[in-house]
Design a protein around this ligand. Structure first.
Ligand code: FAD
Length: 516
């Protein structure tokens, strides 16, 4: 069907203006130009080189693979251009007790048995001392531990079919790569700093933005991708911010790249410290590191000292301090402004979810694209969906803190004692008795993820679900043994992570030179 309005009228949505050229701006520009093209609407992206981007944001979750593929992006080319590596898991160090470690891997754990969730089988075997650690029953975790990788096999009967993956990449290079594609698809880039936002006196909608040199850019709809400040959604429309820092009080991060040391890991590592945690993200040409901390419990000097003491390679730049507060905009879509990325809200990077939230917002907006006058029902649908997704991610991240087992600092004790949102408390109550998990429609993290973290941090339910009682225990124990052996054996035969990247042509020649 031809979507083009027959003639330009006041209600037609034919001029899209994207404010900001970070990851959010260029993901939106790529998707809109791919789906609608220049025949449906003009797309102008305004960004200011002088202001720059946040530039961190290197770890992702599996739906990014689908997003790139929807955009027609060849995976190996994308990986070379962004110096990307594969990610199969996050390893959490010191989140249970200070010396504990566990993996939160992508993909499934083992296999469900006659419809009974695998984690219930594992828990019953554990109560008979017949099982290893929970993450030993994940193909992705086995690959991560072995430092090896291959993409999922097509044959469902083989262990490799159970591997799940996402990417680590250089966010600045990703935005630059997307920019080339979006411009090729007809997006017009306008360099300049926006100094004024003009609103329609009658409707209150944003009518245009004005640059320092007086250039005006009119639009029917505006995507605010301007970062934390929310140039349109907050500074112009005063939408309001819902603060979630009572549950997620981290408000600072020190980010610093180092040189790579040793073999290339196919997983992110999140190590708990006295008042926060540290990320380690391996890229082809360098390692991304950062210490996320809570300024009410630790000052920046102390946070920097801890970061410097706990990195593996040689520092390639000074640590950079970033400030944030966790929460979300009261409405992600207000009037004719849709906020995406940091302007719509922020949940600290523990589970690498921010780029996914951009993806979710962009694709939902594409699905609700207003051809003519904005339909309030569509706007409400967008806001409700984004809110649910944000809240579920928030709850999942809070759970890591609430379920810590550390007694060694005031910060971790306060996290254990905090009251959590009702929605999370309900899930924890369900877990506490029989280890039951009921994912919701907008959940990004489903049963295997909740089980991985809760078991990983030793939150033991009172007993396994009764449905397991009907099974023959010898069969269950044998199935677990077989899975464990198959995953470990398969992982040991995979190529190393770097060998695999080179073999499929995903390795950048420039990664062998010194980092940029
Ligand atoms: P920005 O990168 O800030 O871009 C804003 C854009 O707006 C820039 O182009 C700027 O020039 C433009 N702009 C602003 N004001 C004006 C103006 N007046 N005129 C013209 N242009 C203007 N996400 C993940 O998924 N995984 C991670 O591992 C991860 N780690 C993170 C770690 C930290 C410490 C932080 C803070 C964030 C992390 N994120 C992570 C989030 C991720 O960095 C962001 O979601 C992502 O980079 C998107 O940023 P953005 O495009 O919304 O904003």
């Amino acid at each position: 069907m031809d979507r083009r309005p027959t003639s330009r009228d006041a209600d037609a949505v034919t001029r899209v203006v994207i404010v900001g050229g970070g990851t959010a701006g260029w993901m939106a520009a790529t998707a809109l130009s791919r789906f609608f093209g220049s025949s449906t609407c003009s797309i102008t992206l305004v960004e200011s080189d002088a202001i720059g981007t946040v530039g961190v944001g290197e770890a992702t979750i599996p739906p990014i693979v689908g997003f790139n593929s929807m955009m027609g992006i060849p995976e190996e080319e994308f990986m070379r251009e962004t110096r990307a590596t594969y990610k199969t898991a996050i390893e959490f160090v010191g989140w249970g007790s200070p010396n504990s470690r566990y993996m939160h891997p992508f993909g499934a754990f083992g296999q469900d048995f006659h419809g009974i969730p695998f984690h219930q089988l594992w828990y019953s075997a554990r109560s008979r001392q017949k099982s290893g650690q929970f993450d030993e029953y994940s193909m992705s975790a086995a690959a991560a531990r072995a430092g090896r990788f291959a993409k999922p096999g097509r044959n469902e009967q083989t262990p490799l079919a159970h591997i799940g993956y996402a990417f680590h990449f250089d966010a600045t290079l990703y935005a630059a790569y997307l920019r080339r594609r979006a411009e090729h698809q007809g997006v017009k880039r306008q360099e300049g700093r926006i100094v004024k936002v003009h609103r329609n006196g009658e409707s209150g909608d944003v009518a245009s933005v004005e640059l320092e040199d007086g250039t005006g850019i009119d639009g029917d709809i505006f995507l605010d991708c301007s970062g934390f400040r929310g140039l349109l959604i907050e500074e112009a429309l005063e939408t309001g911010y819902e603060d979630w820092s009572q549950w997620l009080p981290m408000d600072r991060a020190l980010a610093m790249p180092t040189s790579n040391v040793g073999a290339l890991h196919p997983h992110t590592r999140a190590t708990a410290h006295a008042a926060g945690w540290q990320w380690r993200i391996p890229l082809q040409h360098r390692t991304g590191n950062g210490h996320v901390f809570c300024s009410s419990y630790m000052d920046a000097d102390e946070a920097e000292r801890i970061l410097m003491e706990n990195v593996d390679g040689e520092a390639l730049a000074e640590p950079r301090l970033l400030k944030f507060s966790t929460g979300m905009r009261k409405k992600a879509w207000n009037h004719n402004v849709i906020s995406l990325g940091l302007s719509s809200g922020f949940i600290e990077p523990l589970e690498s979810t921010s780029i996914h939230l951009i993806q979710q917002g962009v694709l939902r907006f594409v699905a609700l694209f207003p051809e003519r006058r904005i339909n309030p029902a569509e706007r409400d649908e967008y806001n409700a969906n984004l809110r649910q997704t944000y809240e579920y991610v928030r709850d999942f991240v809070i759970m890591h803190y609430k379920a810590n087992r550390r007694e060694d600092s005031e910060f971790w004790r306060a996290m254990q004692a905090m009251e959590v949102p009702d929605s999370l408390q309900h899930r924890l109550d369900l877990w506490q008795v029989h280890g039951r998990i009921f994912p919701k429609e907008a959940d990004i993290f489903v049963t295997p993820s909740w089980a991985a973290v809760l078991f990983g941090q030793e939150v033991w339910p009172e007993r396994p679900d009764q449905v397991v009682d009907g099974l023959v225990v010898e069969h269950v124990d044998k199935a677990l043994d077989d899975i464990h052996t198959a995953y470990r054996g398969t992982a040991a035969r995979l190529p190393t992570h770097e060998e695999y990247l080179r073999k499929i042509g995903a390795w950048s020649d420039r990664a062998d030179a010194r980092p940029d």
